[in-house]
Write a protein that binds this ligand. Structure first.
Ligand SMILES: O=C(O)CCC(=O)C(=O)O
Length: 261
């Protein structure tokens, strides 16, 4: 546990807009929401400041797995390190999630992905398979702590697939546990229905990918010599039901704690 936790205001995103004229929540929220509703995901560049990314990477450097730096995903680091809790409550992120689910929100889980070189990708899935919330009441924010592209493990999304119900999962043939990845992430996959075309989601450091809970998505393996650190935060509309889960043990997290309003 970090004892000298920084004030929340130090690790918050500035809501900066990358690229000038493109539509983002910070510049044109109505259009950004329309694109999210069309595709089931949306990339908001600059939702986390460089300083916030550095702070989160420093906190990640304090996570240990049997005395060593973890190579596999770490569940709920917000429970031990204030920097991750602050990221869950970053106003620039919470404000967008509020628009996506239509009201005040609660965090329910965080997960840190070290994604070191050689990490296998996450198999195709829908986040709500694990969470079992009402489809319109649940969304995830995937925060890029490094520049992310196809070579170092970018997400892969099937635009429009968020309109599907929860789809059945099938075991992945021949898969064996890998030290860099959660077995749950590779042992089963959703078979993508006909008619969808996957898109690789390139994200600059500090960008956040907002994901609908029913969006079919996966991640590329990290084939580069670069890490692809990311923090996933998941949210429900405040008071909505969700599944705690065996390994995640989700609980409602007050993301407004410490704020003035
Ligand atoms: O970071 C990754 O490799 C995939 C994460 C993901 O898709 C998820 O946790 O839902």
């Amino acid at each position: 546990m970090q004892l000298d936790a920084p004030p929340l205001s130090d690790v918050l995103g500035r809501g900066r807009v990358g690229g000038g004229t493109s539509s983002h929540f910070a510049s044109d929220p109505e259009r950004a929401l329309g694109l999210y509703e069309r595709d089931g995901f949306f990339v908001e560049p600059g939702a986390l400041s460089t300083e916030a990314c550095e702070r989160l990477c420093a906190a990640a450097g304090e996570l240990l797995d049997g005395g060593d730096a973890p190579v596999a995903p770490v569940m709920n680091p917000h429970r031990t390190h204030e920097a991750f809790l602050a990221a869950l409550g970053a106003p620039a992120i919470v404000k967008i999630v509020e628009r996506l689910v239509g009201g005040r929100v609660s965090g329910i889980q965080s997960q840190y992905f070290p994604c070191v070189p050689g990490t296998p990708g996450f198999a195709t899935h829908q986040d709500n398979h694990y969470v079992e919330a009402a489809p319109d009441a649940f969304a995830s924010a995937w925060m890029a702590l490094d520049d992310v592209d196809q070579d170092n493990g970018a997400l892969l999304a099937w635009p429009g697939s968020q309109r599907e119900p929860l789809l059945p999962v099938v075991p992945v043939a021949g898969v064996v546990p890998h030290p860099n990845q959660a077995f749950n992430a590779i042992r089963q996959a959703v078979v993508v229905p006909e008619g969808y075309t996957p898109r690789t989601v390139v994200v600059p450091r500090g960008g956040v990918v907002f994901l609908h809970g029913h969006l079919l998505h996966a991640s590329h393996p990290n084939r580069a010599w670069r890490t692809r650190r990311a923090l996933l935060a998941t949210y429900v509309r405040r008071g909505s039901a969700f599944r705690p889960g065996q390994s995640a043990r989700r609980t409602e997290i007050d993301v407004y704690q410490g704020r003035l309003s």
